[in-house]
Design a protein around this ligand. Structure first.
Ligand SMILES: *[C@@H]1O[C@H](CO)[C@@H](O)[C@H](O)[C@H]1NC(C)=O
Ligand SMILES: *[C@@H]1O[C@H](CO)[C@@H](O)[C@H](O)[C@H]1NC(C)=O
Ligand SMILES: *[C@@H]1O[C@H](CO)[C@@H](O)[C@H](O)[C@H]1NC(C)=O
Ligand SMILES: *[C@@H]1O[C@H](CO)[C@@H](O)[C@H](O)[C@H]1NC(C)=O
Ligand SMILES: *[C@@H]1O[C@H](CO)[C@@H](O)[C@H](O)[C@H]1NC(C)=O
Ligand SMILES: *[C@@H]1O[C@H](CO)[C@@H](O)[C@H](O)[C@H]1NC(C)=O
Ligand SMILES: *[C@@H]1O[C@H](CO)[C@@H](O)[C@H](O)[C@H]1NC(C)=O
Length: 687
């Protein structure tokens, strides 16, 4: 469908108009309004908006500029700020001085970001000849697209000496990958390329957290053994330490997509998976209540659901069940005269407090109240956002029902949310019979695709991309799973056919997880994972070279996917593709060694960067595995580094020695930008 001419009520803003608004921050801003303009329109009734270079979005159409300032931090730039009138979409453009500008911009997106770009992004942009665009997340890509187009007009005025197209690149991770996928499938000529980081797909939410939670609940008592098998120098085979039932659950979670090796951080994957379900109730419990309210009842009462299953798994769920009624003994009122806490007559010993639902039962009514239970003193602390009329009924003598049925049923939601075979989500085969029919009863509504469409502005992840796309997926990501990016790659390949290699790259990164930016990577996590910020920067530079100068980027990752959906990179560094250096750390060729206190241990480190991706510029050591590193000399910068480093342990214990290495495309050890990290670890047992 072609965008049509707008009706008289539609507005458009010409480049003169924004100037007019610009000069009138304090006065009532009045943009010049065109009555004849191309209106951006949905692809079909109720479908995603198609945004072209020229169309005008019917919602994000009146920019109001609020300030224009010259800033010095983190690097000199002009900041232009504003918002789209009548919307929550405010934006900032960070324009480096004209002498640095090379005709491009980078735009980070995330559904709940505010309009302030991170300083390191502004600095990286300036370093790369780009201005930075940052728009508050308001859902979908339309506000981002409107701001991207507006920024070109602002930049054309600011960089008067620049001629030719200003190239634009959009990128975002996790929730931002949905926005970016939407942009890449439903905008035309707005951006010239996009990058999807730690990509989610239409089956990710609400299913991923439950998979973690269920396996975490059932396997928690085997945590030590699982960690020992997966940690460096372990057998690498956690299945061998599990019972048959436990193996089946770990296999299910693995095949669905949780990276097996990520369970080395058992609590982060499993326990925190449960916490996520408990604390972010809107995302799973909320989805159940909104879209399938009878599911919890069926889970606990019907065949085919774990709640009724005669198995060790069924027992584990019934043991975890919290369900009791208690009488209110004493109510503490707050300033407004409403209860802030209530003491209950009885709370069973060892009551788990996660995911509890509280229901007040009066003589003639029942109503939910929000709060948290402190079992140590039987106190229910009331959440002030609870319904006031309900709170007013909370008095001494009234019955409160305490229950986690909804929460626990959420753990198994994914078993009853299996997508159709033809959609290609092969990780779900573990929940299907050989003939493709699901193992367990299925619910009427498949929730995840609806949630995905909400996040991506309505697009379906068809793979029909309109600009060049790179994807960066990390191999220890237990939130956005490795095979999901391969699923999307297959879609793109089907859509683009022989144009695939000219438009798409998938890069897998080792030893990276979902929290990809440096600040989240503090000890102890920094002992196991490395940041991906430098990867992202280098990929953005490669993307812009590809678009603007036709320079072929490094080849996409070469990998295989095993029967448990695990992604394995080709071990040979010359063939594996991507940009990440490969590192191995051994003593005498092994990933495990014994030593005595005071004995010198000599580690052999081998690092090799893929061809054409620059030199190794740093090696940092963490002999005790605490996540704190010390840079040590490694000889000459080059694509390959071999070094032997000796360390003497002063105390007994089991240590996971690690060495963090980085490469840089220009072999520049000084620049903070585009450093590509990896990590090698081994076990040292000191007696
Ligand atoms: C912004 O919207 C408000 C409310 O609709 C309107 O009164 C005002 O004139 C608009 N401002 C501009 C610049 O269009
Ligand atoms: C350590 O090395 C052994 C022997 O090569 C191997 O079987 C095992 O999988 C390795 N462990 C890890 C965690 O990589
Ligand atoms: C708690 O009370 C409610 C309302 O009377 C009732 O439906 C429910 O079965 C009771 N729960 C327990 C565990 O006794
Ligand atoms: C319940 O009964 C009380 C006392 O008779 C009455 O004031 C109140 O409005 C009733 N509440 C509902 C929800 O019917
Ligand atoms: C109950 O215990 C919690 C946590 O230990 C504490 O914060 C709270 O003040 C206590 N409440 C009462 C009423 O003692
Ligand atoms: C993919 O998008 C292009 C426009 O970019 C369109 O011409 C083509 O029909 C689309 N393909 C499919 C299968 O929808
Ligand atoms: C490191 O030690 C190994 C084993 O002793 C030896 O073969 C190798 O040549 C040494 N490498 C360097 C760079 O010194």
């Amino acid at each position: 469908m072609k965008p049509s001419m707008a009706s008289a009520s539609a507005f458009a803003v010409t480049s003169m108009a924004w100037l007019a608004v610009f000069g009138a921050v304090s006065a009532d801003p009045k943009p010049i309004i065109e009555t004849q303009a191309l209106l951006c329109q949905p692809a079909f009734e109720g479908g995603p908006f198609r945004v072209t270079e020229d169309c005008v979005d019917p919602t994000y159409n009146v920019p109001v500029f609020t300030s224009e300032t010259d800033e010095t931090s983190p690097v000199p730039h002009r900041r232009v700020s504003g918002y789209f009138n009548g919307t929550k979409a405010d934006f900032n453009f960070y324009l480096p001085p004209p002498e640095l500008f090379k005709g491009r911009f980078f735009q980070h997106v995330y559904p709940i970001q505010d309009s302030n770009a991170r300083p390191e992004r502004v600095a990286f942009g300036a370093e790369s000849g780009a201005y930075t665009v940052n728009v508050a997340g308001v859902g979908g890509y339309r506000a981002d697209a409107a701001a991207a187009k507006l920024s070109r007009k602002v930049a054309a005025e600011y960089y008067l000496g620049h001629s030719g197209r200003i190239y634009g690149y959009i990128y975002g991770g996790s929730g931002g990958s949905y926005v970016t996928a939407g942009a890449m499938e439903s905008t035309f000529g707005v951006w010239d390329g996009g990058m999807l980081l730690i990509q989610g797909i239409p089956m990710s939410n609400p299913n991923n957290w439950p998979v973690r939670a269920l396996a975490g609940l059932f396997l928690e008592h085997q945590k030590k053994n699982i960690i020992d098998a997966l940690a460096p120098g372990g057998s690498g085979d956690p299945f061998s330490v599990l019972s048959e039932d436990e193996q089946a659950i770990l296999k299910e979670a693995t095949a669905l997509g949780i990276p097996l090796s990520s369970w080395e951080a058992f609590d982060d994957v499993g326990r925190n998976g449960m916490n996520m379900l408990g604390f972010f109730t809107p995302l799973v419990s909320g989805a159940i209540q909104a879209r399938d309210p009878s599911y919890p009842h069926d889970f606990w009462s019907k065949p085919g659901y774990i709640g009724t299953e005669d198995s060790s798994l069924g027992d584990a769920f019934r043991n975890a069940l919290v369900s009791f009624n208690s009488t209110v003994r004493n109510v503490v009122l707050g300033d407004g005269g409403l209860p802030v806490s209530a003491v209950l007559s009885n709370v069973p010993d060892s009551t788990s407090t996660l995911g509890l639902v509280f229901t007040i039962h009066g003589a003639n009514f029942s109503a939910p109240v929000k709060g948290q239970l402190q079992p140590e003193n039987n106190t229910l602390t009331i959440d002030p956002t609870s319904d006031e009329t309900v709170l007013a009924t909370l008095k001494e003598g009234i019955i409160v029902q305490v229950d986690n049925r909804l929460f626990l049923s959420g753990f198994a939601l994914y078993r009853h949310q299996v997508p159709p075979v033809q959609d290609g989500y092969y990780g779900y085969d573990i929940l299907r019979h050989p003939d493709g029919t699901p193992l367990y009863p299925q619910r009427d509504t498949l929730m995840a695709p609806l949630i995905s469409q909400g996040a991506s502005g309505g697009v379906l992840h068809s793979g029909n991309i309109t600009a060049k796309v790179m994807v960066l997926q990390t191999l220890l990501d237990y939130d956005a799973w490795p095979w999901h990016a391969d699923w999307y790659k297959r879609r793109v390949k089907t859509q683009l056919g022989d144009q695939f290699d000219n438009n798409y790259r998938l890069y897998y990164m080792e030893n990276g997880f979902h929290y990809i930016e440096s600040p989240q990577l503090e000890p102890p996590a920094s002992g196991r994972v490395v940041p991906s910020g430098g990867h992202i920067e280098q990929h953005l530079l490669d993307l812009s070279d590809w678009v603007e100068r036709g320079i072929e980027p490094p080849k996409g990752s070469e990998y295989t996917i095993d029967e448990l959906s695990q992604v394995h990179l080709t071990p040979d560094v010359t063939r594996r593709g991507g940009i990440q250096p490969l590192a191995t750390l051994t003593v005498g060729g092994a990933n495990r060694t014994h030593a005595v206190v005071g004995e010198a241990v000599t580690f052999q480190l081998h690092v090799e960067a893929p061809p054409g991706t620059g030199g190794v510029v740093s090696t940092e050591w963490d002999f005790e595995g605490t996540g704190v590193y010390t840079a040590l000399d490694f000889g000459r910068i080059g694509p390959m580094v071999e070094t032997n480093v000796t360390h003497t342990y002063e105390k007994p214990g089991t240590f996971f020695a690690g060495v963090r290495v980085s490469s840089q495309r220009d072999s520049d050890p000084e620049t903070p930008f585009a450093r590509v990290w990896n990590l090698a670890r081994m076990r040292v047992i000191v007696e």
